[in-house]
Design a protein around this ligand. Structure first.
Ligand code: PMP
Length: 338
């Protein structure tokens, strides 16, 4: 492969079979879609590139523009990478839930960072959404990508992630398991796959403390569902336009502890260093294992790489502080059941 810039290296990520973890415990073959292998180490490379290039096509971005986004980190990294190539400036608002590694990565690519309190309600002027709006309103020649509401986010996955999974499973995929944050990765991919085969089961993954599953069940936004959780990128406290609720056949909530233990298992047993939400996605596969047969083919999407989480889930001290590990390294007060 030879590319003109890093942008051409985005997408075409492999599917990797997870037989060491799933082989004896799940009857269907399970493949991980390795979005960590994008050049920016996450699925957000696809969404950011598509949103920016659609904005260019629509004349919304002029030379030297400032790109603005509210992001848990990954979208910011992708925007900063693309801004570097295309000569744009980049300002990112993020919550203080994003760890120091994520912040350092963004700064390394030349992005300016505005840190906002993680527990501020979206309408609070201090929230990372409000701060991004404010910056977009005051900086001339700026473009706020709005990944939660910009449907080019899911469009990216409709045009790339979905077709790749269809082609690489030779149309045999029966279950697609994917985290929901903005919903872009889940919805765009699911829309393509269901167009190819409406019987494909789409399993969304949500966090306890997020409003998405309850909204999917009831159509009602329930603020009482909200409390803080640890898995970055997973779940929401708002309802983004990019979550296509009608495409989701099952929605599974996964807790911080189960996700942490699973992602460590992925590293230790499959040799795959992945982000915290990848552990949540794999845990959701275990939740549906009883409905799976050897004829099924499961694809679980792994949103990002584990290098950004060395201070958290891959740090034994952090795991012990959360009560997830005993000092001897064994899982505390809980064992992975499956
Ligand atoms: N996991 C991680 C680590 C993420 O950064 C994101 C994106 N915020 C997601 C999951 C969810 O992806 P999406 O926004 O496409 O729903």
């Amino acid at each position: 492969m030879r590319y003109d810039s890093v942008l051409q290296a985005i997408g075409n990520t492999p599917l990797i079979r997870l037989d060491r973890i799933c082989g004896t415990r799940i009857s269907a073959p399970v493949y991980g879609k390795m979005e960590s292998m994008n050049p920016g180490q996450s699925a957000k490379d696809r969404a950011a590139l598509y949103m920016i290039e659609q904005a260019e096509r629509k004349g919304r971005i002029q030379a030297g523009a400032t790109l603005i986004e509210a992001t848990s980190g990954n979208t910011g990294f992708s925007i900063a990478m693309i801004a570097a190539i295309k000569g744009y400036k980049c300002i990112l608002t993020l919550t203080d839930k994003a760890g120091p590694e994520k912040q350092a990565l963004l700064k390394a690519l030349g992005a300016k960072i505005v840190l906002c309190p993680k527990d501020a309600a979206p309408e609070d002027p201090e929230s990372y959404y409000s701060r991004a709006e404010e910056l977009a309103g005051t900086i001339p020649n700026s473009f706020y990508l709005r990944q939660n509401w910009n449907l080019d986010n899911s469009g990216a996955h409709y045009h790339s992630t979905g077709p790749e999974i269809w082609k690489d499973t030779e149309g045999k995929v029966t279950h697609y398991v994917c985290c929901a944050g903005t919903g872009g990765t889940l919805s765009g991919t699911a829309r393509y796959l269901k167009e190819m085969n409406p019987d494909i089961q789409v399993i969304g993954v949500d966090a306890y403390g997020s409003v998405l599953k309850k909204y999917w069940q009831t159509g009602v936004f329930d603020a009482d569902e909200i409390f803080s959780w640890k898995v970055e990128g997973l779940g929401k406290t708002i309802i983004p336009d990019n979550v296509a609720f009608d495409l989701i056949d099952e929605f599974i909530k996964v807790g911080d502890r189960a996700a942490a233990l699973r992602v460590r298992e992925l590293a230790q047993r499959e040799g795959l260093l992945l982000g915290y939400s990848s552990g949540a996605a794999l845990e959701a596969v275990f939740s549906i294992r009883k409905q799976l047969t050897p004829e099924d083919v499961v694809v679980v999407l792994f949103p990002d790489h584990g290098s950004k989480y060395l201070g958290k889930v891959f740090n034994d001290g952090w795991m012990q502080e959360q009560g997830y590990l005993k000092p001897n390294g064994e899982p505390a007060t809980y064992s992975v059941k499956h």
